[in-house]
Design a protein around this ligand. Structure first.
Ligand SMILES: Nc1ncnc2c1ncn2[C@@H]1O[C@H](COP(=O)(O)OP(=O)(O)OP(=O)(O)O)[C@@H](O)[C@H]1O
Length: 268
């Protein structure tokens, strides 16, 4: 546990990147996330899976300080998620709909975000240039975003989430809308960022992406973490399907919520 005080915005080196204990979010009578425990080591990729409505976005919104937990606690980069000012310098978030201004150009949007993050101008400009190039956006960087395709907007959304090299990046469907080449670039980029000690919390329905990238996979079902383990271990749990694919495992684990919650050990 980090000894850092709530006012301290430094990164604790010993604490896990993400730590949750009994994290719960209720909307009225409905429990969107129930009693979630997480411990995610720094520099790892955590693949967060779950059917539609499982509570993935709600979990990410709590971990990124956008929604307050109803009960339970969570620390990100060593800081309590109820302390937004301490947490936000250390995180980046790509939500389903990236927050971007249509009337700006891609480059202006990224410069604007770099300014919000207090990045020195020269450093920001180098990073923006290199990420635009990496995502094949240089040619369109000075066009207004309202003329961008969905995939181009997604690229801007991802770049702005990692531009300040946060300790922890939360990426919701990062390959959404990307063509195969761009999706490959995205996967390579995520792997590179993890190699540079960034922790990536990756939520996606594309199982091959988590299979390729994740060190650990957590499966959320009806707000409850029903399985957690490395991809190989999860795959080996699949009773059906000779290939023992992640899809088999996912379908089996989430097939019957009652059976899954009752009969599945959290740690596999
Ligand atoms: N602001 C809200 N008010 C009321 N209910 C909400 C709110 N946000 C989410 N929920 C409910 O919480 C549950 C979990 O939703 P959430 O968006 O977290 O799921 P998800 O796993 O991200 O789904 P998807 O894969 O479809 O994006 C759903 O039943 C949803 O209706």
């Amino acid at each position: 546990m980090s000894p850092a005080s709530p006012a301290d915005s430094s990164i604790s080196t010993s604490a896990p990147a993400i730590e949750a204990r009994g994290l719960t979010k209720r909307y009225g009578d409905e429990t969107a996330v129930s009693d979630l425990d997480l411990e995610i080591a720094r520099g790892t990729v955590y693949g967060f899976l779950g059917p539609n409505g499982a509570g993935k976005t709600t979990t990410m919104r709590m971990l990124t300080t956008l929604t307050r937990p109803t009960s339970g606690t969570a620390r990100v980069a060593g800081h309590d998620v109820t302390d937004r000012n301490a947490v936000t310098p250390h995180i980046g978030y790509l939500p389903e709909e990236p927050p971007i201004y249509d009337e700006l150009s891609g480059r202006e949007q990224l410069e604007y975000v770099a300014g919000l993050r207090n990045l020195p101008k020269a450093e920001a400009s180098d990073r923006i240039e290199s990420l635009l190039e990496r995502f094949d956006l240089l040619e369109d960087a000075d066009k207004r975003i309202d003329a961008y395709s969905k995939g181009m907007r997604q690229k801007v959304g991802v770049i702005q989430a990692v531009l300040h090299e946060p300790a922890v990046a939360f990426l919701d469907e990062p390959t959404s809308g990307l063509d195969p080449r761009a999706a490959r670039t995205m996967r390579d980029t995520i792997a590179d960022l993890a190699d540079q000690e960034m922790t990536i919390f990756l939520s996606t329905h594309i199982l091959s992406v988590v299979d390729e990238l994740a060190d650990t996979i957590g499966v959320l079902h009806e707000g409850t973490l029903v399985a957690e383990g490395d991809p190989e271990t999860l795959k080996s749990r699949a009773e059906t399907g000779e290939s023992g694919s992640l899809e088999d495992a996912f379908l089996e684990i989430t097939d019957d919520s009652e059976a899954a919650v009752r009969g599945t050990e959290k740690r596999v």
